[in-house]
Design a binder for this molecule. Structure first.
Ligand code: FE2
Length: 490
């Protein structure tokens, strides 16, 4: 039986995953242990936590091929910036627990594809990977059949949808490779008036897989039409160009594979606004996006690429275990009194979203709800909060393009946004989390009781973290959060 450790690190947002006897038993971002947001380093405490789930480590699998990556960096003149004087083997020797294991490296896009496909439960699917950049690949199409995962086609650097999106993230005043989701939120405030212009200036070919940009955008586009300064218009236009490109890509992927099932992976799969448009195209009957489709998810992906077989998807609660479950009636009473409720229980979420185990929850209906939660979160006022809703009531409140959305990967138009303004974006959409009893018994039961008491089957749900810090991980983190904000964490 295999005991495999998958590693994604030394770039941004490091993560570790453990596979034991063909089961994914642990996955966490290193930042949750080191307490440094988007920590690129392998955190010793995270490694110890992962190893606690294995008897031994047979194989360590790294999420990209460093030598191949270096050839691209050399070719693009980046090596001066990105060169790491310490090789991978030397880096990993710092961790004595790993010394006896065999070290493997896998293609970066293979790690994304395997992370998606082998957790999907699907035995046949088109597998599409879209990210900024791997070693050379920026887009790849795979065909999964049984446990086989065959690469069909690739697009290479510098032609990259993800890098174009990151360049506009920077051009719009945000941090590239980190704040793409904030630009996506801002896009709802603008109209895509510049989409045709951006397309004209940047897209040379859109016939897949021959997609080409007119120029490399890897070092940003600060020189591009500096007279254009309206951030919301820029954001909306960049979003629209990205969506048009992705529409073409997925139509080609469906035709090329003949598949009605889609596994979608890579950092661009975090763009939940586009994911809904994709679902509405009707190209696919089933869409699976693992909860952490970006590079952190490639920790699990690299381990699964090495395993080469499907595993049972255990759900997104794969991190540190606080144990204990909050008292439902106590939590309910707090919500009914109109308080903001902080909960930290069970295993921490893997992926960028708090899904009820490290969450702030509140009644989404009062006009003051958003202000009250923002007093704690202190984030950009244009960003909306998200609803968690009982699965069986989701379609009564939201025009969801998919049957369920348990990992907040799709946005949906609210039928009556005025009724729960705190969880609606300016364009009347919400990033919905649906929940059933199997996925999260505590949140499901709390929602049922809240519904019985108030007639409202949803709550506002946002991540439990001190501003600028990673999600609360341990009981100690939760206590510190409570002390800082003067609220009790259940
Ligand atoms: Fe990636």
């Amino acid at each position: 039986m295999a005991h495999i450790l998958g590693l994604s690190c030394r770039s941004h947002d490091a993560a570790i995953a453990a596979v034991r006897d063909e089961e994914l038993v642990f996955a966490s971002h290193c930042e949750r242990y080191s307490r440094r947001k988007n920590d690129p380093a392998l955190a010793p405490a995270a490694l110890s936590a992962a190893l606690a789930h294995l008897d031994r480590v047979d194989d360590v699998v790294y999420y990209e091929r460093p030598v191949l990556k270096r050839t691209r960096q050399l070719r693009s003149g980046q090596l001066g910036l990105a060169a790491d004087p310490v090789g991978l083997r030397a880096y990993l020797r710092r961790f004595p627990q790993l010394r006896r294991a065999r070290l493997h490296v896998v293609d970066h896009h293979h790690s994304h594809a395997a992370g998606g496909y082998y957790t999907s439960g699907l035995t046949e699917a088109a597998v599409v990977v879209v990210d900024g950049i791997g070693e050379w690949n920026t887009v790849s199409l795979w065909h999964g059949r049984g446990d086989r995962l065959d690469r069909v086609a690739t697009v290479n650097y510098p032609h990259s949808i993800g890098l174009l999106y990151s360049a506009f993230t920077q051009r719009t005043g945000f941090k590239p490779n980190e704040e793409e989701y904030i630009m996506m939120g801002l896009a709802a405030y603008g109209t895509p008036d510049l989409a045709d212009l951006i397309w004209h200036d940047f897209v040379a070919r859109d016939d897949w897989p021959h997609f080409r940009l007119t120029r490399s955008v890897h070092r940003g586009i600060a020189d591009w039409r500096p007279e254009l300064t309206d951030r919301a218009t820029l954001a909306a236009s960049a979003q629209e160009v990205t969506e048009r490109l992705l529409d073409g890509l997925f139509a080609w992927a469906a035709k090329e594979t003949g598949s009605r099932n889609l596994v979608y992976s890579g950092g661009v799969a975090l763009n939940c606004a586009y994911n809904s448009r994709l679902a509405r195209t009707g190209l696919f009957d089933t869409i699976w996006i693992m909860p952490s489709p970006g590079d952190a998810g490639s920790s699990a992906g690299s381990a699964l690429a090495h395993l080469g077989r499907h595993v049972r998807w255990p759900g997104p609660y794969l991190g540190h275990d606080i144990g204990r479950e909050p008292d439902i009636e106590e939590a309910l009473a707090s919500l009914v009194r109109g308080e903001v409720l902080a909960v930290a229980h069970g295993r921490a979420e893997f992926g960028p979203r708090a899904l009820g185990n490290r969450s702030l929850l509140a009644d989404p209906r009062p006009p003051t709800a958003k202000r009250r939660v923002n007093a704690i979160k202190r984030r950009e006022p244009f960003r909306p909060f998200a609803p968690v809703v009982l699965e069986e009531h989701a379609h009564a409140y939201f025009d969801l393009p998919v049957p369920t959305s348990p990992y907040m990967q799709f946005v949906a138009r609210a039928h009556d946004p005025e009724a729960h303004l705190a969880v609606c974006h300016v364009d009347g959409t919400s990033r919905v989390q649906t929940v059933n009893a199997g996925q999260n018994p505590f949140v499901h039961q709390l929602l049922r009781r809240f519904y019985e008491e108030t007639g409202c089957p949803m709550l506002l749900n946002t991540s439990l973290n001190i501003k600028g810090e990673p999600l609360v991980n341990t009981t100690e983190d939760a206590i510190r959060f409570g002390k800082l904000h003067g609220i009790r964490v259940l």
